[in-house]
Design a protein around this ligand. Structure first.
Ligand SMILES: O=C(NCCc1nnc(-c2ccc3[nH]cnc3c2)[nH]1)c1cc(-c2ccc(F)cc2)cc(O)c1O
Ligand SMILES: [Mg+2]
Length: 214
């Protein structure tokens, strides 16, 4: 059934969105998730906050943890300057297959590298496998019990530099209490909370922006 649902999402994108037009892909997914079937994309309301943080940081090197259908991947990549690169990690092969098609429809393949596998396996290999020194921006939107261990792993692997911005989705719903406690109390981060709503609903949720201080 899940696969069927993803096929319906892709059909909606192909029907409503214009190939090579990322904004139309974003609108098509939002329309489908609001009027047909809810999905756990970051959505349009939190997506606007994501857009403003990405535009402010203007990153060259971006890491996204949790691709899902590629909605936030497209949202971020469409704002990146020429030559900038986004690496997105996805654990679930079905999600990854959908995301590749969504990214291709948006025409953003050359900015995005979708890697299938577990974050804990790939984070330690970023330098030697992708030639990444440090990331300028990290979007955390994967399993909620992985936010904290993966943040510590990125620190230990030297992937964060003074000024790297972490933006975490779902800090209220489903919630990431251990991660919040860490970034809000650690002397290595300056954190702030952007209050919003769970995608396509009236439930409270929000994004936590944390700047690594080195
Ligand atoms: O679970 C979520 N997101 C995670 C999906 C994922 N997609 N990919 C991964 C992955 C997991 C390991 C990985 N290791 C490496 N990449 C990985 C990717 N995890 C999520 C859930 C909700 C949600 C809220 C209220 C509800 F009633 C039900 C659900 C809302 C959201 O915005 C979410 O982001
Ligand atoms: Mg999320």
């Amino acid at each position: 059934l899940a696969l069927l649902w993803h096929d319906r999402l892709l059909k909606a994108v192909r029907k409503r969105a214009t190939r090579g037009d990322p904004q139309s892909v974003i609108s098509a997914i939002d329309h489908f998730c609001r009027h047909n079937e809810w999905a756990m994309n970051v959505g349009d309301e939190k997506g606007s906050i994501l857009d403003s943080v990405v535009s402010e940081v203007n990153p060259e090197k971006v890491l996204e943890l949790g691709t899902y259908c590629g909605y936030s991947t497209v949202r971020i990549a469409r704002l990146l300057p020429p030559g900038a690169r986004l690496i997105t990690l996805e654990f679930n092969v079905d999600y990854a297959a959908i995301a590749r098609q969504v990214i291709a429809w948006a025409g953003l393949e050359d900015k995005i590298q979708l890697v299938e596998g577990a974050s804990e396996d790939w984070i330690p290999r970023m330098k030697e496998h992708f030639g990444i020194e440090t990331f300028d921006f990290v979007f955390l939107d994967h399993w909620k019990d992985r936010y904290l261990p993966d943040t510590k792993l990125m620190e230990d692997c030297g992937l964060l530099r003074k000024g790297t911005v972490l933006l975490a989705d779902n800090v209220i719903c489903p919630g990431v209490p251990d991660y919040l406690e860490y970034v809000r109390n650690s002397l290595s981060y300056k954190s702030c909370y952007f209050k919003s709503h769970l995608e396509y609903t009236k439930a409270e949720d929000g994004l936590e922006k944390s700047v690594f201080l080195g």
